[in-house]
Design a protein around this ligand. Structure first.
Ligand code: WTA
Length: 687
């Protein structure tokens, strides 16, 4: 029999009886954020920050945040963060060498700011709402309970020799234990490296080895969409190629029997035997807090490194002000903790503000396409933050799945990860939000740490336009650069490479173990400004709309994937001579994956068999979401005389735009193009 009850109900939360939920909802908190701030911000009627009430308008304050960044950020850091030692200089940054330091010599502990201070003031208020896979089985964890769990977890880690500065790989399902694992790392000064629990064993191994993690925290199994996921098995497979790992903590999510080996430690037993208090480490503002791998335009994912105080402040401020979070509201970001959205808007942002945050373990369509809306009715969520791909999928299922549930608790809606097309925006606004809720299309990246461009906060009564993130957050100075000339484009109605000119506290500090790659990737293309990799359009009135990636990175269902990563896997297959992977517009996923593959001459295997093998290989090496949607076997690829693959042509073919191929005369063999167009028609049935 599957066991869904966690081993330590008193520590890990409890099943929600209606009466307990109501009791907690009634527990009115007067949350005081930080030491000196009274939580008086209620709406956008003046400026968002009580610290800066002297500014009459939003625009004045925004300009001030750009012109006097030290005063602006310094004031907020002092009033919102609890410090052990005040910082000296607010910042020391030189973007040309990727040198970024904020709140120098300040000392703090992130877990204390996210848990202890709220547990002290409002121990019974809800910290986590664990929306487990099976509807109606939610569990609540109060701040007191979260603190106890984080302390136990910290004691477990330390008792097994995990030290400050160590990297800890976390491969866990969305659960209170996962949040506690992240916070416990923060508490003892270890650097967490969360790997999305959908990545394959090889992808996990690569991330463990690159980070040289000695410790892994995982679960026996995961449960998603009614299916069991063999997490421990994936870790066991990964460890065959990771000699650095010394211990694996195994949390019992299902309690089913899984083989336990020499390195494995039963986490539930350990937690039960440890005290529920712990003395936090005193961390420097610029010590690493976590690293998170993300895809770039080369085959090897990058370990984006974030530090303590700057990231925390930026996560907290954006969460509170972009979504206008008010005390006692229930915040619902449905992202997985394996991505940056989960780090910033499931864990650090909400907990910094003493909010109740949702941990959504399931899928948008389990057991049916009404799951999100039924959850909102049952839990009475006030905020919903999700990915456009989920919206587009649900839109296709029809309005009745939405309208049969009561969504009157919702106040603010947000989305992130890819452009939100107009149709989906309108459905979000009109059907989901009943034309009552602001929609915040939020643009940001793993590298920015938190939301950088978004309609709110903004001046009182300021409009929100469909399908664009519009306005920069405080302190963010977006610029558009001319890709040919490398110079800044001024004025409105222009398109260019989206860059950010000035430093802000939440920005990434490095690529773990490869600072030169950090400089080369982000600060060389346009000297000394941060290059996002995205293109953008600025309207006549100065609003930003994202036009998509300018490099070989695809956004597939909100997941970032490098085309080179997939090519590397395909090319490793013995039968392949070479390959090129491009994206094509996809109704639901945003981008689909199209692989053009050249097989070696003597390959006898049928194309169908090769396709199956290829997909299985990509699934094994990266993840199911990286599998190509379309595979074309072709005798050759369009190349220039110097041997460079003309991806532009492949993109046009994949996008069904054979009439827009442009000049192909510079190709070594222009006739290959007709062959590719013809074969594309055969495969897809499209002309
Ligand atoms: C894309 C996710 C259009 C963009 C937080 C960016 C978006 C990449 C938006 C980062 C948006 C994110 N509109 N595109 N509102 N938000 N993107 O690192 O291409 O997983 O560079 O971070 O997602 O993806 P990442």
């Amino acid at each position: 029999m599957k066991r869904f009850v966690v081993a330590l109900p008193s520590v890990l939360g409890r099943n929600a009886s209606k009466s307990k939920l109501l009791k907690n909802e009634k527990c009115v908190r007067t949350l005081q954020v930080g030491r000196t701030l009274s939580d008086s911000f209620t709406d956008h009627s003046t400026t968002p920050f009580p610290e800066f009430d002297t500014f009459a308008t939003h625009d004045e304050l925004y300009q001030f945040s750009l012109n006097s960044p030290d005063f602006f950020w310094g004031t907020l850091a002092r009033s919102r963060i609890n410090w052990y030692r005040d910082f000296g200089r607010v910042k020391d940054c030189d973007l040309t060498r990727g040198h970024i330091r904020w709140f120098l010599d300040g000392e703090l502990n992130v877990s204390v700011n996210c848990v202890d201070r709220h547990a002290e003031k409002n121990p019974d208020s809800i910290a986590l709402i664990w929306e487990k896979d099976e509807p109606g089985t939610q569990e609540y964890v109060t701040y007191r309970e979260l603190l106890q769990l984080v302390c136990r977890m910290s004691n477990v880690l330390e008792s097994h020799g995990v030290k400050r500065g160590d990297r800890v790989a976390i491969y866990l399902p969305q659960s209170p234990v996962a949040v506690a694992a992240m916070l416990a790392c923060a508490r003892i000064g270890a650097i967490h490296n969360v790997v999305f629990a959908g990545f394959s064993s090889e992808a996990l191994a690569g991330r463990i080895v690159d980070a040289q993690a000695e410790t892994v925290i995982t679960a026996d199994q995961g449960v998603r969409g009614g299916k069991i996921i063999e997490l421990k098995q994936v870790v066991d497979d990964a460890l065959k190629s990771c000699t650095c790992v010394k211990r694996v903590f195994v949390y019992q999510r299902t309690g089913n029997d899984v083989p336990m080996g020499k390195l494995d430690i039963n986490l539930d037993k350990e937690l039960a035997s440890q005290p529920d208090t712990h003395t936090p480490a005193v961390m420097d503002s610029e010590d690493y807090l976590f690293m998170l791998y993300t895809s770039g335009s080369t085959g090897k994912p990058k370990g984006i490194a974030h530090t303590q105080a700057g990231y925390l402040l930026y996560a907290g401020l954006t969460m509170k002000h972009v979504f206008d979070y008010k005390p006692n509201e229930l915040f619902g970001c449905v992202a997985d903790i394996g991505w940056i959205t989960g780090h910033t808007y499931v864990v650090y942002g909400p907990l910094f503000n003493g909010a109740a945050t949702l941990l959504f373990e399931s899928t948008p369509v389990y057991p049916n396409p009404g799951r999100y809306w039924e959850t909102i009715e049952r839990l009475k969520l006030n905020h919903l933050y999700l990915a456009p791909t989920a919206l587009r999928m649900l839109l296709k299922s029809g309005d009745s799945w939405v309208t049969k549930y009561d969504r009157s608790s919702l106040r603010k809606l947000g989305c992130v990860g890819e452009p939100l097309n107009r149709e989906a925006w309108e459905w979000f606004y009109e059907v989901i939000g009943e034309e009552r809720c602001d929609i915040c299309d939020t643009w940001w990246q793993t590298e920015t740490g938190g939301i950088a461009i978004t309609p709110r906060p903004s001046a009182p009564g300021a409009e929100i336009r469909p399908a664009m993130p519009m306005r920069p957050f405080f302190g963010i100075d977006p610029v558009l650069m001319d890709p040919q000339m490398g110079t800044e484009l001024t004025g409105g109605d222009v398109k260019g490479a989206l860059c950010i000119k000035r430093p802000w506290p939440g920005m990434a500090r490095s690529i773990y173990g490869d600072h030169q790659r950090f400089i080369d990737t982000y600060y060389k293309t346009y000297h000394g400004v941060y290059f996002t990799g995205d293109g953008a359009y600025r309207t006549k009135d100065g609003y930003y709309q994202i036009t998509g990636r300018m490099d070989d990175v695809l956004n597939v269902s909100g997941h970032r994937l490098g085309t080179a990563e997939i090519e590397d896997v395909i090319d490793d297959l013995e039968e392949t001579a070479e390959s090129a992977v491009v994206g094509f517009p996809h109704d639901i996923k945003g981008w689909g994956i199209y692989a053009f593959v050249v097989l070696k001459d003597d390959v006898k295997t049928s194309e169908e068999e090769m396709k199956t093998q290829l997909k299985a290989m990509v699934k094994k090496r990266i993840s199911a979401f990286a599998q190509p949607d379309i595979i074309m076997f072709t005798p050759g690829l369009p190349k220039t005389r110097s041997g460079k693959i003309m991806r532009r042509i492949l993109r046009k073919i994949a996008a069904n735009q054979p009439d827009e191929l442009g000049d192909v005369s510079t190709l070594f063999d222009p006739s290959i193009v007709d062959a590719l167009v013809e074969k594309h028609k055969q495969i897809t049935g499209k002309s």
